[in-house]
Structures are given as structure tokens and as C-alpha cells.
Write a protein that binds this ligand. Sequence first.
Ligand code: NI
Length: 271
Amino acid sequence: MLVDSHCHLDFPDLRAEEAAVLSRARSAGVGRFLTISTRVRQNAALQAIAARHDDVFFTVGTHPHHAAEEADVATSEIVALSAQPKCVGIGEAGLDYHYDRAPRDVQARVFRTNIAAARATSLPLVIHAREADDDMIRILEEESGKGSFKAVLHCFTSTERLARVGLDLGFFVSFSGVVTFKKSDELRRIAKIVPADRLLVETDAPYLSPEPFRGKRNEPAFVVETAKVLAATRAMSLEQLSELTTANFYRLFEKAASISPPVQPLATPAE
Ligand code: NI
């Protein structure tokens, strides 16, 4: 069984065919899904999706793209929402200097608010980092100095330097479809140096479809393609890679284990 550790089932592209998307993924051997929050104040939509499906978990947090509109969200608000039974993580939060959709100082402030929630709850933080290595490293080191927290560097596309800082802080590293692209030799090299017990796999659907679906809308079933490339990169079988990343998912997102333990994909109920 594989876990899609990062998807956005609430985004319009996927929401419109939620049942079919999940059913195709289960048939492909994907047995658990973590649907990731981008806005604290739209968390109810994620809670509703998770309530409809035993194998879906969710998170709560503010994506850097939405930092300006949620600049006033307090740590306590995130902490309170994270107590919902199937909410197993904080984020995604971080810095995105590629799109710069919010002022950088606001992105940093909101990121620190999310880190504080992760620290307060002991739930893992899902980190979004794009073209912001220097500030990302500085904030992670400063904040870890105030007290450790668990985290995953999601959809990793940054430098080896950021990967090493994250690994030193005890973080996990998650790879998306980008690792399957022809030009991603450097990323595959980094995927080889991540310790086996820190590796995760994800789609980030509906974005970033892996080869051979590049350019099409992504969906959780396609995590299998990314897993195949990661397995080949690390000279393992797909079965070994699946077993490893699923065990890692449950070690990082511990709360998920008490709700829906790591067994085979749940059968899709007849519709
Ligand atoms: Ni995402």
C-alpha cells in the first residue's frame, strides 16, 4: 500500500469528482490520503471530505500564497482546529519567493505562527519552500532553537543544503512528480541521500503530474509513478519503497495511526 502524503482534494479540479478520484487511487494501491490545508478559515471543507472517507486525513494551516489574507490568524486558532479527530498535521506553511503572492515579511510571520502551532500540538508541520533557501534555513534554525518540532519538507525541489539542514533538524523529505522529470537529475541525486527512515512520497495533486502524465491534471493514483522512479533511484523494488514510505508516514503523522492504522487499501463502497 502507498500513501499520498500531500494532495488537495478540496481544489475545484478534484472536488468535482471526489469519489471517482479516490476510487481510482484505491484500485491503483493507494490506501491513505492526506489532504492539505492552504487556508485555516476554509478548514471546514477538508473536515467534510475526511468525514466522508475513512482513508482520508487532513491538516490545518496557511499556505504562503494566502499569508496576506490570513495574517491575523493566531496560533491558538490553528491549535484549536487541530484538535479535530482526523486533523493529523499543521500546514502547509512556509515561504514561496517564486510567486511572491504575499509580502515576504508577512509570509515569514505567518510561517512562524504555524511553526508555533506545530510546537504547541506536537503535530508535524508540512513545509512549503520554494526559491527561499536562505530565509527558510534561518527561520527553521531560529525556531528550532526555541523548541523542537516535527516537520516534512514537502514537494522537495530545493538545494541539497536545505535538505541537509532539514535532516539535521530531524525532518522528513517528501518527493513529488517533479522527481520523475527528465531534467531532475539533481533532485534524484538528493533523493538518494535522504535516509530511508525519512523518505515520503506525494502527488501535490492537482498540480505537478509525474511522467508519463506530465501536463495533465494530477490525481492521487499517479503517486504510483513517482514511487516507481524513487524506487529505481534508490535501487529498491516498488513493494519495498511502498512499505518504507507508508511506515514513515505513520511514524511522522502518528495521530493517523490511532484513527486508521496502516493496513491494505479500504475497498471502495459500491455506489
Ligand atoms: Ni501543496
